[in-house]
Design a protein around this ligand. Sequence first.
Ligand SMILES: Cc1ncc(COP(=O)(O)O)c(C=O)c1O
Length: 398
Amino acid sequence: MKFSKRIQQVNLSMTLAIDAKAKEMKSQGENVIGFGAGEPDFNTPDRIKQAGIRAIEANDTHYTPVGGSNDLKDAIITKLKRDNGLDYERNQILASCGAKHSFYNLAQVLWEAGDEVIIPAPYWVSFPDMVVLAGAKPVIIETNATNEFKVTVDQIKNVLTPNTRAIVINTPSNPTGSAYEKSELEAIAEFALENNILVISDEIYEWIVFDGFKHTSLASLSKEAQKNCIVINGVSKSYAMTGWRIGYIAADAEIVKQVTKLQGQSTSNPCSISQAASIEALTGPHDDVMEMVREFEKRRDIMVSLLREISGVSCNTPKGSFYSFPDFSALYGKKDANGKALQGSLDFTEYLLAAKKIAIVPGIAFGADANARMSFATSRDKIEEGVKRIKEAVELLT
Ligand SMILES: Cc1ncc(COP(=O)(O)O)c(C=O)c1O
């Protein structure tokens, strides 16, 4: 069978591969503790589920306009005003089948061979592959823990070429949990405007922030910044709705028009029932969200403080999302019981799974081999037991 060059260039998602391996071991009765989850372990709040049920009962089960119903667009507009102080019209909003689909659509519409898209590492695994699928080149900038894994304008300057089309900013970040301050975003927005490059701002973890951190949308910095920025957001993470598949963009009307054309010839509208549930998610009372975030914050504290007790492990304090991104690189070069030296994050995470049945995601999947991603979207008990096992595994290394 012949497959396209396009698909052969795409990597299998390593996060999904780890998850599958851990699940397989669990199904064989092994006591595996998984920190791979990329989704809240909470269920969708009842008020949102009920809105979905009501939509089915009201026969809200037909095609809607390609970019979502007017009611959903109005709910998104209300949210962007309420949370971000942003003004948008309906023709600047487009809902898709998850925020991943939103980014995929944008890549197809905006970029092609010869174009370069700047992606700071550590990055969400799908960004570079979706750029490659569009025929364009991902240009990776490495950031480090000292700078809380945030990219600076000086770093962007160093990789800028006449082919640069856009930079992708994800705040709060998957996988690092870092979040950009307003002043840092201002510098990036200004540089992007001066150099005529678009900013794609993925804000899907916006609500999941800790210690009173105030998320800023890059688009909210000025009218010019808003015009030059495409906001990506969705309901998956903040409302525990990963299975419902609703994401959206807020962007210049011309961009939305082109993406609508693509979506009209591919998936058409996202699920009508999910759209109805998302209206409730976005506009209803947010107590359930706040409760979930408070629990994530407590779990973050437990995970980070226990990790820091392990000799050779350092860990930043995540400001948002539900991931910690500890650095295990001081342990690389040490040997396991078979005398095998662990060479990098892949070796290290495979060792943890084999030695202590702990599943975490190697940092190399996110372009950062010194680290690994550990999701705290799991119970406090599992976090305590899991990090204890990591400590034991580390102490066995020679
Ligand atoms: C940074 C980031 N953007 C987008 C997505 C995709 O979200 P959705 O489930 O809405 O497609 C994810 C999911 O892991 C993510 O981490």
